[in-house]
Design a protein around this ligand. Sequence first.
Ligand code: SF4
Ligand code: SF4
Length: 409
Amino acid sequence: MTSVKDYIEEAKRCVRCGVCKSICPTYEVLRREPASPRGRVALIEATLGGDSLKGSYLRHIRDCTLCGACVSACPKKVDVPALVLKARQERAENLPSFVSFALKNVLTSPRFLNLCARVGGKLKGVFFKPVENGLISRFSLASAGGGRLFPELAAEFFLDRARTKSLSSVKGARTGFYVGCGVNYLLPEIGEATVKAIESIGEKIAVPSAQVCCGMPALSYGDVATARELAIKNIEAFDSGDFDYIVVSCATCGHALKNVFKTLFGDSPEFKERAERVAKKVRDITEFLSGIGYKEKGKRPETVTYHDPCHLRRYQGISEEPRELIKKAGYAFKGMKNPCKCCGLGGGVAFTNYALSQKIAAKKAASIAASGADIVATACPGCIIQLKDALHRSGVKARVAHVVELVSD
Ligand code: SF4
Ligand code: SF4
């Protein structure tokens, strides 16, 4: 789909059967037709066709987590997330100016992004107080996330570490590592575990220093120009290496590199071809380790359940590999109810409608508690941050970890 006409045609394929409603996480919480996939399709069809619905329309479009659950349930496979993204793109000029500034100027400049992160780190004591597993706001304002558990910035960002820098151009490395912002700034232990897991099987790994944000935050807000600028920088960073594989430990970044970059260059055959070449090499770390035959380890005492990130299961079709790795790492596996239900983070909803995001996350926390597992594993830094907050709010004691941390331990 490229033109508005294509999107209207896509919306018209909806036969209004309503099958998608029961599976949509936002409809499950809000119980209103415009908050369902069917309602969103109707709103988008009307507005892309010319009607102006403004305020409430924008809210329902912003509230979609882009989880993709509706597409898997829909008998016509109507691509509701693509329609939502197009609707956001059409309204991107209405973004608050600070969001627009941050997307265009901060995300595209690693130096500026690092500086902002460092200044934020210095000021954290003014706004936050430390608790187990993170920080909470000193203010009880809902807009400041009253009671929300925020992740702590890493004392030293992953890409700034001497060991990581020494891997920026490793001779003979077949495997490149795309790190992503969540791992770099907030959860560098996932980066360390990824490097350790790959080196432990005798593979050389390189971490190109020219890599930048994958652009998904910009795309979620409808800023395609910024997403494209970032995609070009990442393609330049990875397409020039002699890599057979590009490993990613973030489900969202993996989706961007595998599936999204190649859709951004309809007008540039050169970059489309390079994006496709990069996409073929991308492997989620769980997919990579399963593929090369990760060896079984001895039994461990803890039990582990698993939450499927939407961007891994629905957008990349990876669900068995992480479960298999958890078992091979020696943990007793305990399933949870609705493991592939969205955690409420996606589509920027955790920032634009935290109340809704948390109500969705509370259902996930209840499923984790009911599983009785000691650890909830997942494969996306964003989900990890969201799950930690949800478990903290619900008083559930399970530890949250990335699968690669469990297997490299
Ligand atoms: S992508 Fe997810 S949140 Fe959005 S309409 Fe579909 S099921 Fe609902
Ligand atoms: S399931 Fe598909 S066809 Fe049916 S209402 Fe939902 S989007 Fe439309």
